[in-house]
Design a protein around this ligand. Structure first.
Ligand code: FES
Ligand code: FE
Length: 390
């Protein structure tokens, strides 16, 4: 089979096997999801002491719970005795203590071992040392972000920086007050596609005119195919006749109080690598969290967040939800359409990125650098050159 020569307009994607090979996925679990900060849960979902949620982070199950003092804590979901999974439910409430169903070792909400059959006869057992293994946790934008690394990277440099780099101003994202917004709607999508296809799709707008008729009506510049959302500080303007970020362009809600005049009537998208997309519009925030479960399966939780008074009043949020729900469904269908072809011989060398997609090369270069830390060789012999945008 011959290789098609590249031109300056067309740069290489990753080869197909990066999207299908379980070994590549295992390396991503280790060097990406288990090494970086991972957005796990909306803090307000854990609204009382003992409320918990279990999430898959890389190859690990992590329990996140709220303590009696009101803080969030994260632990590996593994009993220190002989390793039984402590919680098998996705969410729930720990009444007072967390008891292993196997031999009844019992932990408090801080993770300390507080009881076990015959523990009194083992006075040498250090209850803190044999407590649950803690996982680093930070809260930002009203979400709990966890990191499994022994020495987590700087949260500011790896997470917060994505917003600063995209918006060109550290304060700009704070104007939306995302921490204090209320959940108006959550939709969970089970996408039969590799997580990187979903990231790449979010990073480009070359597909917008083809598959997003409602979105390009609201944001006319998206129809040009240029990823306007990726030029530093630029927000895509609403169309002239558009009143709000809704499925039919009808009026939304009042703008969030600190959103500036320059941010009004604009949409900003931010990719926080590896698994988060933040979408900012004047009256709400839409945040996607991905949970890559296999090389060909990714669960995406999408939250629509509004001013608390909007949600408390029972206002109808369906028109704004419907807009991005359609966008999600259109995007994920495109990713699912692409996934099976990743193992085709036609895609052995990968595909190409057109100029308006070249910045996706920076994502590929970033990923290859992370995976390149291992000795069994890079996943791609000639990494694509980083794109010129951003
Ligand atoms: Fe948990 Fe034995 S494995 S108490
Ligand atoms: Fe899209």
């Amino acid at each position: 089979m011959t290789t098609t020569p590249r031109t300056p307009s067309l740069i290489a994607t990753l080869p197909g096997r990066c999207y299908t090979d379980p070994d590549v996925f295992r390396r991503e679990q280790e060097h990406v999801f288990e090494s970086l900060w991972f957005c796990a849960v909306r803090s307000s979902d854990l609204d009382r002491p003992g409320a918990f949620r279990t999430v898959r982070v890389g190859r690990e199950s992590v329990i996140i719970t709220r303590t009696r003092k009101g803080d969030l804590r994260a632990f590996l979901n593994v009993c220190r005795h002989r390793g039984a999974r402590l919680c098998t439910e996705e969410s729930g409430e720990i009444r007072r203590t967390l008891q292993c169903p196997y031999h009844a070792w019992t932990y408090d909400l801080d993770g300390t071992l507080i009881a076990a059959p015959n523990l009194i006869k083992m006075p040498d057992v250090d209850r803190v040392a044999y407590g649950l293994i803690k996982v680093a946790l930070r809260e930002w934008l009203g979400y709990a972000w966890v990191c499994l690394a022994d020495e987590p990277p700087s949260f500011e440099d790896t997470v917060v920086h994505a917003a600063v780099e995209r918006l060109g101003d550290a304060a700009a994202i704070e104007h939306y007050g995302t921490d204090n917004l209320a959940l108006g709607k959550r939709i969970t999508y089970d996408v039969k596609a590799n997580w990187k296809l979903i990231v790449e799709n979010f990073m480009e707008c070359y597909h917008c005119a083809t598959i997003h008729p409602e979105l390009t009506e609201v944001l006319p510049e998206f129809a040009d195919g240029y990823a306007a959302q990726y030029y530093v500080g630029h927000g895509a303007g609403f169309g002239e006749a558009v009143e709000g970020f809704t499925v039919d362009g009808s009026e939304g809600f009042g703008k969030l109080p600190a959103v500036s005049a320059e941010q009004d009537r604009r949409y900003y998208a931010i990719t926080v690598k590896p698994t988060v997309f933040v979408n900012l519009v004047p009256d709400h925030v839409i945040l996607h969290r991905m949970f890559p479960l296999a090389e060909d399966r990714t669960v995406v939780e999408c939250d629509w967040l509004y001013a608390p008074e909007v949600v408390e009043s029972g206002a109808d949020v369906s028109k704004s939800v419907e807009l991005f729900h359609r966008v999600n469904a259109q995007d994920f269908a495109a990713c699912e359409r692409t996934q099976p072809a990743m193992s085709s011989r036609a895609y052995r060398e990968g595909g190409v990125l057109v100029p308006s997609e070249h910045h996706i090369g920076t994502f590929h270069a970033w990923l290859l650098e992370r995976l390149g830390g291992e000795h069994d060789g890079p996943v791609h012999p000639t990494p694509p050159a980083p794109g010129k945008t951003r």
